[in-house]
Ligand binder design. Structure first.
Ligand code: IPM
Ligand code: MG
Length: 343
């Protein structure tokens, strides 16, 4: 039985990069059944559903979800984003968000010191809790007395399982990032769980950083990091920073996983890119590398390595889009990777 891959390009740049990722997967020999679903702003405006019940049903049955990006200027409605991406993360319980940042070519680094450029790190972001859960409200809305509350939800189980996952994937060190000096309740729970889990992994080096110091260290010398584990919001912010250390948002991939159920959703980090979408110039690298993470997750590590190697080779030869120093279109950049896999 071929793996069933649910394809959700969704909106904007997502529609342009996901076909490139599929093209590359096919060239790499992935004999999967790809099924595309009509989840996008047009469907939302037409049906009133971010994801219709029928599509939701089908998504549950897929072995993996290949995702593009969600958002549209015509839909000025947080419910749409919450009803697609956040719903998938929460309801499929994809509690691990892996965001690797690896420098494939020296010219893509913004760091001046040559010896501090060779980044190869992984952010392990908690993906189902924190301030993303949407608990809170606005009281006396629109008046001068308005009060807005946004709760930061952290659970014993949620914090424990994400820290455990960080140790499961670390090679040399796990750095836990929080803001426990100011956010003492949530930070206190993170600290307690961190110490308890770390004590069971004395073979791996450990370090703790407050998030402000972590941001500073990531710019100063990102080569010091292997695995960073952190909460939902800090992981969101730091992973944009780390993307920029290796070539920008166009190259950053991610995997949203539940290691226990095997479910996974794979998406480039860049979003819909409304400023450049639709012109055939968006960078497909983040989507292609997300597809590589998908096949690794599905049990094809050699295929994943081949795709990553082909991406690295294409970037090295400047056969890539403008944002990373080439002059190819989105689909030509996809072809440059395909060519290397077919040789
Ligand atoms: C990301 C994005 C999302 C997030 C947005 C679109 C809700 O920024 O995947 O990093 O904050 O998780
Ligand atoms: Mg983000």
């Amino acid at each position: 039985m071929p793996e069933k891959i649910a394809v959700l390009p969704c909106d904007g740049a997502g529609k342009e990069v996901v076909p490139e990722a599929i093209k590359v997967l096919r060239a790499a020999g992935a004999d999967f059944a790809f099924e595309e679903f009509d989840v996008n702003a047009d469907a939302y405006l037409r049906t009133g559903h971010a994801i219709t019940p029928e599509v939701w049903n089908d998504l549950q049955k897929a072995d993996a979800i290949l995702f593009g990006a969600v958002g549209d200027p015509r839909v000025n409605d947080a419910a749409y984003l919450a009803g697609v991406l956040l719903r998938l993360r929460f309801e499929l319980d994809l509690y691990v968000n892996l965001r690797p940042a690896k420098l494939y070519d020296d010219r893509l680094s913004p760091i001046r010191r040559e010896d501090r450029r060779q980044v190869d790190l992984l952010i392990v972001r908690e993906n189902t809790e924190g301030i993303y859960v949407g608990l809170g409200g606005r009281f006396k809305k629109g008046t001068k007395d308005e009060v807005a509350l946004q709760e930061d939800v952290n659970t014993h189980g949620g914090v424990t399982r994400i820290i455990e996952h960080a140790f499961a994937v670390a090679k040399r060190e796990v750095v836990m990032v929080d803001k426990s000096n100011a956010m003492t309740h949530a930070g206190g729970l993170w600290q307690d769980r961190w110490k308890a889990v770390a004590a069971q992994h004395s073979n791996v080096k450990t370090r703790h950083l407050y998030v402000d110091a972590a941001a500073m260290q990531l710019v100063k010398d990102p080569t010091q990091f292997d695995v960073i584990v952190t909460g939902n919001l800090f992981g969101d912010i730091l992973s944009d920073l780390t993307a920029e250390l290796v070539g920008g948002m166009g190259v950053a991939p991610s995997a949203n996983l539940n290691p226990a159920t095997g479910r996974g959703l794979f998406e480039p980090v860049h979003g819909t890119a409304p400023d450049i979408a639709g012109q055939g110039i968006v960078n497909p690298t983040g989507a292609i590398l997300s597809a590589s993470m998908m096949v690794k997750h599905l049990g094809f590590p050699d295929m994943a390595d081949a795709i990553e190697g082909a991406v690295e080779s294409a970037i090295g030869a400047r056969e890539c889009t403008r944002d990373i120093g080439g002059n190819l279109s989105t689909s030509q950049a996809g072809d440059a990777v395909v060519k290397r896999l077919s040789d």
